[in-house]
Design a protein around this ligand. Sequence first.
Ligand code: KG4
Ligand code: ZN
Length: 348
Amino acid sequence: MAEPIILGIESTCDETAAGIVQGNTLLANVVASSMDMHARYGGVIPEIASRAHAEAFVPVVQKALESANLDLSDIDGIAVSAGPGLAGCLAVGVSGAKALALAANKPIYGINHVIGHISVTQLQFGAIPENALALIVSGGHTSLLQVKDIARDVRIVGTTLDDAAGECFDKIARLLGFPYPGGPHIDRHAKLGDKNALRVPQGLTKGNAGKQHPYDFSFSGVKTAVARWIEQRQEQGEPIPVDDVCASLADSVADVLSGKAMKACKALGSDTLIVGGGFSANSQLREALLAKGKQQHVEVRLPRRELCTDNGSMVAMLGSNLMNAGVEPSPLDFSIDSAMALDQIVMH
Ligand code: KG4
Ligand code: ZN
């Protein structure tokens, strides 16, 4: 029998997206972003993002169906990000998806967006092996998760105690005068600078804190240290070596993320590391992970760049995993959960 065709809908933040998958095959991936509308505010404005979702929802779904040459009636199931994310944004996607499910009489899964970032790697690498470890690095999350079974059993190994890596990059980028989101600008400038120009603190890596939190992250000290360094230069009337700041920051953060991920792989006996979230597009992190993975004989599964950032196919892929595993769909009165726990795969 042919594998079910799943439509996935994403609206957690500033992307309205619809993706369609069948098994591990991507049939459509349409993304509309409201990022430009937020750029001048230096961050995502929830009210503006919600309105953009309301406008883009139907056209994006239509375009996805068209590009896959399908009708809504050809879809076997619908998946939608129910959390974590911005409440008003989630509400638009979830309501729209429920309307489609009701109209077409299809099962619906309210899924966890973060676990979708793990799931999407199957489009490139095939099924996730048993006991894989996942490093999630996005604007809002920096976490290590143990994936026992993508449809039924995901466990939290570590998480950030304060800022996420993406958030930290975006804040520092703002100090350096880059528009939102600043992560990609830091990435680009880091390639041109000296990574030893300034010392960037590596939170929870050494001493007692490191022992107590071997798999947790802390990036708030990074932001403070870099901000202070920049201020001191400014006070002394010295120019800011932007490339050097970016290189030092990117190298240090990549070192912490890859180091802790590899340590967790070793401790949990995982020989596959799955990486996901917008920040996994970061060149310095990708390089560090591949290098350490090679040393430690861990296969590092990095999504291609357009699958790193928020999209609908990641949602569809997790929906497909749930349907294939025979997991009960969500009831039609399921809610959104803006703070959905990272070990909750689907809404009940
Ligand atoms: O997963 P995502 O698209 O949205 C959330 O769910 O948060 O991640 C967005 C984050 C932003 O903080 C952005 O600056 C960061 O990913 N990002 C990058 C790069 N591309 C995106 N950070 C560093 N280097 C990049 N190349
Ligand atoms: Zn995301």
